[in-house]
Design a protein around this ligand. Structure first.
Ligand SMILES: [Zn+2]
Length: 210
């Protein structure tokens, strides 16, 4: 350990995203949480027969970790979430050519400083040594999904995303998001990719509500 890292680990101790136990500065979570968090794999059908995987259930512990990740500047949690996704990919023997993520609007991205889904997706792609590609942009501002009823959510994402200047034809793409609730956002993004000749799209979220 470098001296500076050693000093910093005293001032800002590294904590497990889930149980908040102090962990080694190089670890991404504690051993006991890793055992629990990285043994599960959930599979749902969303939208028009799209498969969506998630390593975690959106329980109070995971919710707290995601809130800290998105709103309390714990951006390094992306490493733990990506590890969980890799585990799901291995369990289900997923095969894909490229990885992308659900985009944020420019305003939201600027305010937060990062796209939480992109960080996880990039780390996931890096693990497999395959390219992460920015494929989608938001072309319309919409209300935040979590502020709406289930019925309103499907309508709220329609026509909100479009393809960036990239070639995805014939590719099998994994698209990542942080939470999947109704699945409307991921399904809408996947449909844009399919409409532009992606061969197949697999959806993946850190946590699933259902
Ligand atoms: Zn823990």
């Amino acid at each position: 350990m470098r001296f500076l890292d050693w000093i910093l680990s005293f001032i800002y101790p590294n904590k497990c995203p889930y149980c908040k136990k102090i962990i080694d500065y190089k670890s991404t979570e504690c051993m006991s949480c890793a055992e629990k968090m990285y043994s599960t794999s959930f599979r749902r059908i969303i939208g028009d027969n799209l498969i969506c995987y998630a390593p975690l259930k959106y329980n109070s512990i995971v919710k707290n970790a995601l809130v800290e990740y998105k709103f309390k500047n714990q951006r390094h949690y992306y490493k733990s979430f990506a590890k969980a996704m890799v585990n799901v990919s291995e369990i289900n023997n997923l095969r894909f050519d490229t990885v992308t993520s659900v985009p944020l609007s420019e305003i939201r991205r600027k305010n937060r400083g990062y796209n939480q889904s992109e960080l996880v997706a990039r780390e996931f792609a890096y693990h497999y040594g395959i390219p992460y590609i920015e494929t989608l942009k938001k072309v319309m501002e919409n209300k935040e999904q979590h502020t709406l009823s289930r019925e309103e959510r499907a309508y709220n994402v329609k026509g909100v995303y479009d393809l960036l200047d990239c070639d995805i034809s014939g590719k099998t793409i994994i698209i990542c998001d942080d939470i999947v609730t109704t699945g409307n956002t991921l399904a809408e993004c996947a449909n844009v990719l399919l409409k532009h000749n992606a061969r197949d799209v697999i959806c993946m979220a850190v946590a699933t509500v259902d």
